[in-house]
Design a protein around this ligand. Sequence first.
Ligand SMILES: [Zn+2]
Length: 398
Amino acid sequence: MNFIGWTYDIAREQSPGEDRLHDLVWRSSDAGYGAMGLYLEHRFAYPSVPWAAAPGCLTQKAVRRLGETGRQAGVRLIPFLNTLGHMEGFIRSEGGAWLAEGTREGVLQLCPSREDCVSFALNLVDDAMDAFGDEWVHLGGDEAYQLGECPRCAERAESIGKEGLYAEFFGRLCRHVIERGRRPCLWGDMLIRFPAAMEGIPRETVIFDWHYEGVSPVTAPMFRKRGFDVVSCPAIRSYDSGWCFLDETRRVIDAHAEEAGRSGAEGVCVCSWEFFGFSPFSSVLPVIMAAGRRISGGADWAAALEEEGGAAWARAAEALGSRIPGMSKFLAPGAMRSLRGRLALRSDPFGLWRDWRRVNTEEEPFEILDACEEALRDLEEESPLRFPLGFGWIAAWR
Ligand SMILES: [Zn+2]
C-alpha cells in the first residue's frame, strides 16, 4: 500500500498546541502511518483571510515547523481544506456572510458562480500550498448539497446542471493546484452523485472515496476506470456515538484495507471527525493509532488498542465502545445522532429528554451500570474516558 494516513479534524472545537501536533506526528510514525492530514476549514491563519483567523488557529509558521518534523519522522503532512461545502466556519465569522450560497438560514456553502467567491477559494488554496510542502492538497468538495440554490446558480444550473456547477468550480481549482506542481485531492461523494462532473476534473486528481458504514464494491473501480487514483476512506465511528462504536470502527477499517488491496487503490485514509461533546480527542486517539498498527502491520486489534491506550483504557474502551452500545438501544449504533444532535449541536437538553422518552427500551439498567463500574474501576483519575462513561450511567438511570 502506497498510502496509509489519517485525518485530524481541527476545525471543530479543537485548538491543539504546537507541541501536541509535533507529538502526534511522531506518534503517527510509531503507529505505522505515513501521512497525517489536518482538516482545517477556517481554523488556519490564511494570510488572505485575516478576519477569520480566531485565536489559537494554526499558523503558516507552525505548519512549516511541523512539516520539518514530518520529514524527520517520515510522515507526510497534508492540508485538508474545504472550498465549496462546509464553509460554515467562514460564513459565520464576522465578515464572511457574503460568501454564502443564497440567503437561506443555515447555509453552509459558498457560491461557485460568483468570481469573488472563486477568488476567495483560490486564495485559500494558495495560502495552504505556501505553508504545506506536500505534493497533495485536499480541496474538500464533499456534501455540497446546496448547489444551484442562489438565483445566479439556479439560472446557470438550467443550462449546465448542478454537475456543471460542481465540475466548473473544482475543475478550475484542481487545474490551479496542478499548475503549481502539486496534486489536488477531492472527496468522492459528489462525483458519485453527479458522475458527469468527472468529465471536468483533471485525471491528476486523487479521489478520497469515503464510506463510513462499510465499503462499496463499485465506486473505487469506477473511479479507477475513469483514470483517477483512489484512496479508500473508513472512519473512526466517534462522530455519531456516545463515545466511539468500537466494533463498527474495527469492521469498517478492516473492510476498507481489504478493499483497497483488491481495487488497486493507493491506500487507506482513516478519517476522524468532530471531537466535541462525548468524544474528547484524547480519549479516541488510541483507537486512531491502533488502526495505523492494524493497517500497516496487521496487528491484532485488541493488542494494538492495549499498546496504544494501556490496559485500563483498553478495558474501559471495550465496555464503552462495544458492550454498552450492545445493551442500550439509546446508545446503540444508529441511535446516537439524536443525542449528539440535540445536546451537542443544538444545546437542547429538553429535546434530548423528549427523544429519550420516544426510545422504548426494556433494557436492564443494572447490566449497564455493572459495565460502567467495571470500566471505571482501574481507570486513572484524569482519564478522558471518565466523561463519556458518565453517559452510560445516565442512559441506565434515565
Ligand atoms: Zn450561487
